[in-house]
Write a new protein. Sequence first.
Length: 293
Amino acid sequence: MTAMLQALKHRGPDSTGYAVYSKGRAPEEYVMRIKVAEAEDKAIGRGVHKLMADRVARVDAILEEHGAKVVSKEAPVEHALRYVLTHDGDTPAMANHIEEDKGTEILSMGNGLELIKDLGDATVVADAYGLHEFEGTHGIGHTRMATESDVDIKSAHPYWAFPYNDISVVHNGQITNYWIMRREMERKGHRFQSNCDSELLAVYTAHNLANGVELEESLRRSIEEIDGVFTYLVCTKDQLGMAKDTMAAKPLVLYESDDLIAMASEEVSIRAILPHEIDTTDPYDEEVRVWQA
């Protein structure tokens, strides 16, 4: 995880995010990360503290109503909380109930994959959320300067697909048939948390995986079905994958050895964590790769 931070921290983004497969929990436990304050809430001054406390209390009540058992709860920062919980009921229904509360939003849920995102510099976000303490096999990270959507936490990468477990996507590019594809996904029952085109890739991938499509096949289908210029990475609990569109206009640098896979949009990021001499490659147009964790 330190290597991921080292690769990202040379940029000055509007927002930073990480998706990390983290070990050490029982298989039946979920990690849920939520935020309980919008930017406009913070402008009201000291009253925001009570506002956030009230929202947290309502989340706790909803979890109890749905029979979820809270194993632990912590607030790395005041506006964002991390729950570890177990739940044998209808988890999507519980998640929808939580998000009915105005100002409260689930940022991610998963059994093994934790998604962290917030506004600010990579080092600041990593320190606030204790990224250095994570232990895992794989992860992805992203620093973003907003060009197509709002500067807020929900529009930060990586993207999760509500309410699926253990999937996350980071993306560089622009999807030109975003609204057509989004409406198609919505007709199939999916929902979106932002207006950022990158979220479509997470929802699209989650839809395919939930319907028995293997990750590699989903990545290949995306090249045919999604228009625009894009390079994107997908992280699940046991796989890491990448895809580039037909034009391959968005860069990706790949380093692969017997025990390490490293990818970045700029080679300097890889060399920040591997200072010795290495050979890197630039995946071709329409290239798809998947690695098992």
